[in-house]
Design a protein around this ligand. Structure first.
Ligand code: ADP
Ligand code: MG
Length: 401
């Protein structure tokens, strides 16, 4: 492990600034899915139990640097209180004299939640000068900075990259540690066969992850609208499907690179075709070489599901990002759901990430059958692209000081 975890350092009597991701869906002040709070609470609970005080900070929604009452973390403080069985006070802001004195008054075992970080434009300032001393002010509330927010690890936000810079000490929380262990360590030494599944709407957004995974995997399954560009590259007609014609050469290059690395690329062989995304009923199922000119390939067909399932069967490690079709419309969801079932049935180490891919999972009751579901979208992709995420760079700098 590259970074010390909260349970590896002395926290007794210390004030911890814990950056979490409690960006839960809120509607009329009511929390929809509170999973992010539940899973992120372990670190806070540990801190409180071990004689530290916890100053918890998070963003919620996109208030664009202004206080927006309906994006207040009030409901989150309340849910935290219920789950922890003790009062969690909500600070009226996240920096400033009042917050400083509230933080200073905290006793060991007490928790304070700071108001939405994104109420301040500095939090998301692109350049350091736009972020000013916001991160420093956050850091100065506490003795130790704890990062437990993998979902924003790829962002140059003040609470992610500046706060650790100004902290005397830093560590990571249990959630971040888990992400690091699965995505970093397990995938760095995968048991074989190692199969990657990629889908979603565009090759362009997945180029990085494809290029970084290709040399490592034994098999690469490609579905979703992404596959259309590959089929076009191979000379197939794709009707009116979503494609990126300017990426045809890139697709051919990817196929060529795969050959060099002895990774087998598997493309769909049949498709559920519709007239449009809103169709109640598909036009039908067509083989890859006979897509009707007026049709759109909106899901993979049953032969493809069977083919992909067969590729997956011997797998020991599977990483999946990107749905196989336009799953938001039930008429085009079967491919993604069938693939989800196929992966869930494996004995393999199975890792899933990406906002929409996790949404597919949640349409089923199979979540518990996966080894690890990443909480992050963008950070998950960038991490797997092999980039050093800003959060980790900042933590390293803090530790090396
Ligand atoms: P993730 O959020 O898991 O990384 P993406 O955002 O890359 O996944 O892709 C998900 C989107 O891709 C969904 O909105 C889905 O409808 C769309 N999609 C997948 N396959 C197709 C297709 N064949 N045609 C049109 N849209 C598709
Ligand atoms: Mg998405």
């Amino acid at each position: 492990m590259l970074f010390p975890c909260i349970d590896q350092i002395e926290v007794k009597g210390k004030r911890l600034l814990i950056r979490v991701d409690y960006n839960v869906p809120l509607k009329d002040g009511v929390i929809g899915d509170d999973n992010r709070i539940r899973s992120g609470l372990e670190t806070v609970r540990y801190a409180l139990k071990n004689g530290a005080s916890a100053i918890v900070c998070s963003h919620l929604g996109s208030p664009d640097g202004k206080p927006v009452p309906k994006m207040s973390l009030g409901p989150v403080a309340q849910r935290m209180s219920e789950l922890l069985g003790q009062k969690v006070e909500l600070a009226p802001d996240c920096v400033g004299p009042e917050v400083r004195s509230m933080a200073a008054r905290l006793k060991p075992g007490q928790a304070l939640l700071l108001e939405n970080l994104r109420f301040h434009p500095e939090e998301q300032g692109k350049k350091p000068e736009q972020r000013g001393d916001f991160g420093k002010q956050l850091a100065e509330l506490a003795d130790i900075y704890v990062n437990d927010a993998f979902a924003v690890a790829h962002r140059n936000n003040a609470s992610v990259v500046d706060a650790p810079k100004w902290s005397k000490k830093c560590c990571i929380g249990f959630l971040l540690k888990e992400e690091w262990e699965y995505l970093g360590e397990n995938l760095a030494h995968p048991k074989r066969p190692y199969v990657a599944i990629s889908g979603g709407s565009k090759v362009s957004t997945k180029l990085g992850i494809i290029r970084s995974l290709l040399p490592q995997v034994d098999d690469f399954i490609i579905g979703g609208a992404m596959a259309n560009t590959f089929l076009l590259a191979q000379g197939h007609g794709v009707g009116r499907s979503l494609v990126e014609p300017d990426l045809v050469d890139t697709a051919l290059d990817i196929l060529h690179t795969a050959e060099e690395h002895k990774a087998k690329v598997h493309l769909p062989v049949d498709f559920v075709v519709g007239r449009g995304a809103e169709d109640k009923e598909p036009l039908g199922v067509f083989d890859a070489d006979s897509i009707p000119a007026e049709g759109m390939m909106l899901d993979i067909g049953p032969k493809s599901v069977a083919l992909f399932s067969a590729v997956l069967r011997p797998a020991a490690t599977v990483i999946w990002n990107g749905p196989m079709g336009l799953f938001e419309n039930p008429a085009f969801a079967s491919g993604s759901l069938a693939l989800c079932r196929a992966v869930a049935d494996l004995e393999a180490l199975t890792i899933v990430g990406g906002g929409d891919t996790v949404a597919v999972l949640h349409q089923t009751d199979l979540s518990s059958k996966f080894t690890f579901i990443s909480t992050a979208g963008g950070a998950f992709l960038e991490f797997l692209e092999g980039r050093e995420l800003p959060a980790f760079k900042a933590l390293k700098e803090c530790l090396n000081r």
